[in-house]
Write a protein that binds this ligand. Structure first.
Ligand code: ADP
Ligand code: MG
Length: 467
């Protein structure tokens, strides 16, 4: 294993990428390379196998995305790149980013294949072929076994969030997929943490890899970490509420170790009047989609999630991260905490710690070489009432398959008797539905305008969703 040299390029234009990719990067406003991109792209473009370790939000998707697009031959219509992700949300997010990066490459087909989605339509899409497949291991293996998917033309394999895939028990399925891939290929493995299990996987699957590790020492300065003592688990829900109340939370991510805990913590916050939502693997896919939409567009204040559910999700502006329980793994802790304080902004990371968890604290102290002091949970500020989120979300029963576009939605909401364009927030299109955030005060008015008007010349049902 070798480590790449430190003479890294600083901007995309200095990379030997196709001109159309470079122009597009400029249009996207991507000028400077992130650390992981600068460190990994030269080796990737050299055709080397690469292990990349960097925290969520460091730009790993663009790193492998450019690597695989750079050598993709659109004239050869077969699967040339396979990207494996632990969850459907991540696969969707990666596919979206790849489509953005590839939008100047004509006729390129990027297909997502994930569990929790109907099987039949995927078989249909596969018959039409694709250049890039992004998906979750289980479903990909399913298609392989049924003979729907031919991976013999794959030149690049990406294992994204590999540590999570192993945590989720995908090892055996990964092996089955690997057996169907040509041995002559480039393999890129990305992981936020680097436990022994990943090392073992890397040794088996990668050839003489370059290891690129970007430890985010700079985040230490912008993230304030505080640790609070609780007696037992019964105290945690109230302690969580008190912390959030004291830190004036408009947007916080709370990490739980189990799904049950995530549900309980979210319920407790809701009872206290906080607009909180849980996110975990026991939930139905459409509820997970909706939850993420509401949190990302400002219609919910607090997202309470398990590590698996929250991993890799590209959520902007997270001023506060809370550890409802400390993670058993200090590396996971560092990673969770790194979700706040992005791009030089100030972040706060708060952790609840019981006596039984002191050993976890000691591990953390050993890893960070810093001593940690426990504080008392601050009491609820006098007369505290949680404020409502600024936005509210309308769900429209029509989406991409009905050819709905963001512009159509804006058109339908504004104009006579409608709301102001400035009162419209994020618009997210799914296959069969569209979510649009509007300022809370005008949500009813916006719904009325939709109910009485038309979109794409027809009526769609719509409703206000949320907490
Ligand atoms: P990771 O996979 O490391 O968690 P992502 O690939 O999801 O991170 O990237 C996080 C965000 O940063 C995305 O919104 C992406 O579009 C953006 N991004 C990536 N690279 C750059 C860049 N060089 N300049 C500006 N924004 C970037
Ligand atoms: Mg990622």
């Amino acid at each position: 294993m070798t480590t790449s040299d430190t003479n890294h390029p600083r901007d995309f234009q200095s990379l030997p990428l196709q001109q159309s990719l470079l122009t597009n990067l400029e249009d996207l406003g991507y000028t400077r390379l992130t650390e992981i991109q600068a460190a990994a792209l030269p080796a990737i473009m050299d055709g080397r196998d690469v292990i990349g370790q960097a925290r969520t939000g460091s730009g790993k998707t663009v790193t492998f995305g450019l690597g695989l697009l750079h050598k993709l031959q659109v004239g050869q219509f077969r699967v040339q790149a396979l990207v494996l992700c632990p969850t459907r949300e991540l696969a969707d997010q990666v596919a979206r980013e790849l489509r953005k990066l590839a939008r100047t490459i004509h006729n390129i087909k990027i297909l997502t294949l994930c569990g929790g989605m109907p099987f039949g339509p995927q078989v249909g899409s596969l018959k039409h072929g694709a250049h890039i497949v992004v998906g979750t291991p289980g479903r990909i293996e399913d298609h392989l076994r049924k003979g729907n998917l031919d991976l013999q033309g794959v030149q690049t394999l990406v294992l994204d969030e590999a540590d999570r895939m192993l945590d989720m028990g995908f090892q055996a399925v990964l092996d089955q997929i690997l057996a169907e891939l040509p041995s002559q290929r480039q393999t890129l493995l990305f992981s936020a943490t680097y436990p022994n299990t990943i090392d073992a996987l890397a040794t088996r699957v990668l050839r003489n890899p370059v290891k690129v590790e970007v430890t985010s020492a700079h985040t230490q300065n912008t993230i304030e970490q505080k640790y609070y003592q609780v007696e037992n688990n019964e105290e945690r829900p109230a302690a969580l509420y008190q912390l959030l109340a004291n830190f004036d939370v408009s947007s916080a991510l709370v990490f739980c170790n189990t799904r049950k805990e995530a549900d309980e913590a979210a319920q407790a916050l809701k009872r206290a009047g906080v607009s909180a939502l849980a996110l975990h693997g026991d939930m139905e896919q459409k509820d997970r989609d909706c939850t993420l939409v509401l949190f990302a567009n400002g219609s919910a204040s607090v997202l309470v999630a398990t590590d698996v559910a929250a991993r890799g999700l590209d959520i902007e502006e997270l001023p506060v991260v809370v550890n409802y329980h400390l993670s058993r793994d200090p590396e996971v802790h560092v990673h969770r905490v790194g979700r706040t304080g992005r791009a030089g902004q100030k972040g706060v990371a708060l952790s609840l710690v019981s006596k039984k968890e002191i050993y976890k604290l000691e591990r953390l102290e050993a890893l960070t070489q810093q001593s940690i002091t426990l504080q008392e949970v601050p009491p609820l500020p006098k007369g505290f009432v949680a404020s409502r989120p600024v936005m509210s979300t309308l769900q429209i029963d029509g989406g991409k398959k009905q050819k709905v576009r963001a512009g159509d939605v804006v058109g339908a909401l504004t104009g006579e008797g409608g709301i102001d364009a400035a009162q419209i927030g994020k618009i997210q299109l799914f296959d069969f539905s569209t979510f649009v955030a509007v300022e809370r005060e005008v949500a009813k008015k916006a719904l009325g305008k939709l109910a009485n008007g038309k979109l794409k010349g027809r009526k769609f049902r719509a409703r206000i969703v949320g907490v």
